[in-house]
Design a protein around this ligand. Structure first.
Ligand SMILES: NC(=O)C1=CN([C@@H]2O[C@H](COP(=O)(O)OP(=O)(O)OC[C@H]3O[C@@H](n4cnc5c(N)ncnc54)[C@H](OP(=O)(O)O)[C@@H]3O)[C@@H](O)[C@H]2O)[C@@H](O)CC1
Ligand SMILES: [K+]
Length: 492
């Protein structure tokens, strides 16, 4: 996993490295500047004439280091420092003095069109208020700039914790962030303002590494998924999935396929009897068919005895039978239960039943479903996704997967997972059904609900990226994500 930090946590880590470990602040800064300089070259930014815009804090001081390194490498570079000299940090004063000794050009005014690349070192994690005055004017001038912009640590104007824009912000082509990704670079709109995001090691260190509060999954989590050579279809887990309705068949198909593709041993689909004929194209699935007057209690209890994990929702509809299925599952489930789609729509008003469920419950709403379920609007969620997801998970006593461009996963504890892969091509019918199936498949193979949710979302995102590579973001279908998930697992 990859740790993600807030601005405050980053400042604490900086301070620990400097004060407790004894690494001079200027050493960290030199490494930071060098990393940006090297990344700008490696990423092919046009460096024939560079303007470095610096603020009064240490982000600005990093900028002066970058200007010196560019100058020493023979590039034409100008430095423009904004901000009150009385507020310059001591590192900033030192860097200006060093820069002057080297003979770097400091300019007071500039015309953006003269430059091929601009380095944004105005504001870093120390941004503390709405951007106004000269900072704002300068950032607004960059809107007409046709060259490339490299942001130091974080695009100026972006809140390091929430990704919100403080009045205005720099739109970068490249952001080189130090030591850890900042939460504001992972959440939108900050993620969009960052452009290509690189994380650079500058030597930040903490002796007593605690488990991260916010993290993203990486391939390392996927590589932990192993098959036992002596396993059998029973030991790889049995999935019971209530999905599909008279009108909808595809969702059950996609979700069920995904459960098997992610490695579950057996799948039983619980669906209306009328669908029997449709499932002839899915011979791997067993069927538990029900009719209008079915004895849901017996059906559910019998299958819960058989299964290792249960899911409900994809294409389920909101008929009285569907509602009874959900209620009965909540009443009797003693194994992990994943609720998605119509299952979530039917949850409204059943909070008590949900709370009394003996099984660990995973809810996978997209933001529309989340809003219907909780009464919290999409707009409100987007303002504070980490806290709202955590608080809702805690309140409902569930593990919550809030699906969005950056899916957030929380079980109400201090620990939150944010997913950094995937793309807008995944906003396509059936994509969520595939995710439900993947999580079910991983649960069936023995992953804990937390591991299955975080890893499942990551696998889904990776599969989406592979599908986009093959088919294009507009043309890709949920079925392509499903296929790609299998390929990703094969490669690993
Ligand atoms: N040694 C280290 O610790 C390392 C730190 N590193 C680097 O330091 C950065 C953090 O530096 P930092 O803490 O000095 O904060 P920074 O982001 O420069 O901003 C503070 C300044 O901005 C000002 N200001 C704030 N809001 C404003 C606004 N809206 N509009 C206008 N001004 C505003 C505020 O002014 P004041 O409030 O004093 O008027 C203050 O002067 C970090 O992102 C990384 O790049 C790396 O080199 C690695 C080693
Ligand atoms: K910056």
């Amino acid at each position: 996993m990859e740790e993600i930090v807030t601005g405050k946590q980053m400042k604490e880590l900086d301070a620990y490295t400097i004060e407790t470990m004894g690494v001079p602040s200027l050493v960290l800064m030199e490494r930071a500047g060098l990393q940006v300089f090297e990344s700008m070259k490696k990423e092919g930014l046009p460096l024939s004439k560079v303007l470095v815009l610096c603020g009064s804090g240490n982000n600005g001081a990093d900028g002066v280091v970058i200007a010196r390194l560019l100058f020493l490498a023979g590039y034409q570079v100008h430095v423009c420092i904004l901000g009150n000299p009385e507020h310059f940090t001591k590192e900033m004063k030192t860097q200006i003095e060093i820069g002057r000794n080297y003979g770097i050009s400091f300019v007071k005014t500039f015309c953006v069109h003269e430059y091929t690349t601009i380095v944004d070192a105005l504001l870093g994690v120390g941004l503390s208020r709405e951007v106004s005055g000269l900072y704002r004017e300068t950032i607004e001038k960059l809107q007409d700039f046709s060259g490339k912009i490299a942001a130091v640590d974080i695009p100026s104007g972006i809140d390091a914790d929430t990704g919100a824009v403080w009045g205005c912000a720099v739109r970068a082509d490249l952001t080189v962030t130090f030591a850890y990704k900042k939460a504001g670079l992972c959440l939108y709109p900050g993620a969009a303002y960052a452009g290509k995001l690189l994380t650079a090691d500058v030597g930040i260190y903490h002796k007593d590494k605690r488990s991260p509060e916010l993290f993203a999954c990486t391939d390392r989590e996927l590589k932990k998924l192993t098959r036992k050579p002596d396993g059998n279809k029973g030991s790889f887990g049995k999935v019971f999935l209530a999905a599909g309705s008279r009108e909808i068949f595809g969702a059950a198909y996609l979700s069920g396929q995904a459960a098997l593709r992610s490695g579950a041993g057996m799948l039983k689909l619980c669906t209306p009897k009328e669908n029997r004929g449709l499932f002839t194209c899915f011979p791997e699935a067993m069927l538990a068919l029900y009719e209008d007057a079915a004895d849901m209690e017996n059906l559910v209890r019998e299958n819960l005895c058989w299964a290792d994990v249960a899911g409900i929702g994809p294409g389920l509809g909101t008929s009285p039978q569907a509602e009874r299925l959900l209620e009965t599952l909540l009443k009797y489930a003693d194994k992990p239960l994943v609720i998605d789609a119509d299952g979530l729509n039917l949850l409204k008003g059943k909070e008590k039943l949900l709370k009394s469920c003996k099984a660990p419950v995973i809810l996978t709403p997209h933001l529309g479903e989340f809003a219907r379920m909780t009464g919290i609007s999409v707009k409100e969620w987007k303002k504070n996704p980490l806290t709202i997801t955590k608080e809702t998970a805690k309140k409902l006593g569930v593990l919550l997967v809030c699906k969005d461009a950056r899916t957030i996963i929380s079980r109400g504890t201090e620990e939150t997972c944010i997913n950094l892969c995937g793309n807008d091509g995944m906003a396509t019918a059936g994509s969520g059904d595939v995710l439900t199936g993947l999580i079910l498949g991983l649960l069936a193979q023995g992953l804990s609900p937390w591991e299955a949710a975080c890893t499942g979302v990551y696998l889904h995102g990776k599969a989406g990226d592979l599908a986009a590579e093959k088919k294009g973001r507009a043309a890709m279908l949920a079925g392509d994500i499903l296929e790609a998930a299998g390929e990703i697992l094969k490669e690993l």
